[in-house]
Design a protein around this ligand. Structure first.
Ligand code: GLY
Length: 381
């Protein structure tokens, strides 16, 4: 197996970055603790912006706390993870407003806490979330993304990252239903989201009665037929995880196809544009895409033959180092590290902002490179 820890080219950078993350996150936690909401974005005067408890990004903060706890064993992080996990019960109780992003919201901290500490409430929260996700499955072969009035047939590539919640639920309950639903959705995504060249659609609209493809939409990318880089990264890491959870070879082949496309398009500065097919100007970037893709590439590097692993590994390392060198803020004037994250090409504001999951995935990648084998997306393994 390609050793992603031993191969790292600059141990001094890695250790210095881990220490800077610790200092920054301790500062961020002190700010967060004063709030009755979960951090996501920051204001220009260095505070966290208020967010809704139902936001799809809310799981990343407690998950980052657990990542930091595993890296440092500092109780501050564990306490903050548990405080915010409990806050999210309000969203879980309001189940009619939940959507497909319940994997992002609960798997990566509740199931992690259950694995680490055996907390029964955390297990129950995760299983409840899995049941709401399974209930969104349309037997024509896809998981419905959102609850909009005319969105019964809408599915989105991001959902690949929610499927591990279903794999977890099958493992925990010894009931294959959850895994079978996840694999049906992954098969559909392979056939209808991933294009021949390895680029992906963000949104595919299916006829909810027949399962036929009605349309594809540009979604958070530039336009129909374009290639939203974060969607690419969700597919890259998502298919890798589906492979790791099921062993199905086609998922690995698909992940590699998407990875090859991503690397071919990331550009010489290794900081992904928001959409790989956007116009030259403005030079809109999305660091979150780079952080997610890096985590996926590191996992891919571990499972492919050595000669294939090197390009995946090198691209991940270059993206992470480029993020750190050109898009980070280590000063304690703002409680987030990475800027130049973009919500959607056409969304204002939301360009070149901070986002909790750019920080989360960067922390996940740094922990992987420092030898943490435990993967939060496969928490029972
Ligand atoms: N899952 C929504 C996004 O990536 O913005």
């Amino acid at each position: 197996m390609f050793d992603i820890v031993a191969r790292f080219p600059d141990k001094a950078w890695l250790e210095a970055t881990a220490e800077k993350l610790n200092q920054k996150m301790l500062y961020a936690v002190e700010k967060a603790k004063k709030n009755d909401f979960i951090p996501y974005d920051t204001t220009s005067d260095g505070e966290f912006k208020r967010t809704d408890i139902r936001m799809w990004t809310n799981g990343f903060w407690p998950a980052m706390m657990w990542q930091m706890y595993l890296a440092t064993k500092d109780e501050t992080y564990r306490a903050e993870a548990i405080r915010t996990e409990e806050m999210m019960d309000e969203a879980l109780a309001d189940f009619k407003t939940l959507h497909h992003d319940v994997g992002f919201m609960w798997l990566i901290h509740c199931a992690v806490r259950y694995k680490l500490e055996g907390n029964q409430e955390s297990y129950d929260r995760t299983l409840f979330a899995a049941q709401t996700l399974a209930a969104r499955f349309n037997p024509k072969g896809f998981i419905r993304a959102w609850n909009g009035r005319d969105q019964q047939g809408w599915a989105i590539i991001d959902c690949m990252m929610n499927l591990p919640l279903l794999y977890w639920a099958s493992d925990m309950t010894n009931d294959p239903r959850f895994r079978l639903i996840a694999m049906k959705h992954a098969d559909t995504a392979m056939n209808h989201f991933v294009r021949a060249d390895g680029s992906v659609n963000h949104i595919v609209v299916f006829d909810p009665e027949t399962g036929d493809v009605v349309d594809t939409l540009g979604g958070q990318g530039y336009e129909k037929g374009s290639s939203w880089s974060r969607g690419q990264s969700w597919a890259l890491y998502g298919f890798t995880l589906s492979y790791l959870c099921t062993g199905k070879q086609e998922y690995l082949d698909t992940a590699k196809r998407v990875a090859n496309y991503f690397i071919a398009n990331v550009g010489s500065d290794y900081i992904p544009r928001c959409d790989f097919r956007q116009p030259e100007q403005p030079d809109l970037k999305d660091n979150a895409a780079g952080a997610v893709a890096s985590c996926g590439l590191l996992e891919l590097a571990k499972v492919v033959p050595e000669c294939e692993a090197r390009p995946y590994y090198n691209a991940a390392v270059k993206m992470l180092m480029a993020m750190e060198q050109h898009c980070s803020n280590w000063d304690n004037d703002i409680p987030a590290v990475f800027n130049k994250c973009t919500v959607a090409y056409h969304q204002y504001p939301g360009r070149h902002s901070t986002m909790n999951y750019a920080d989360y995935y960067f922390v996940e990648a740094i922990n992987k490179l420092r030898g943490q084998e435990y993967n939060f997306w496969m928490p029972n393994k």
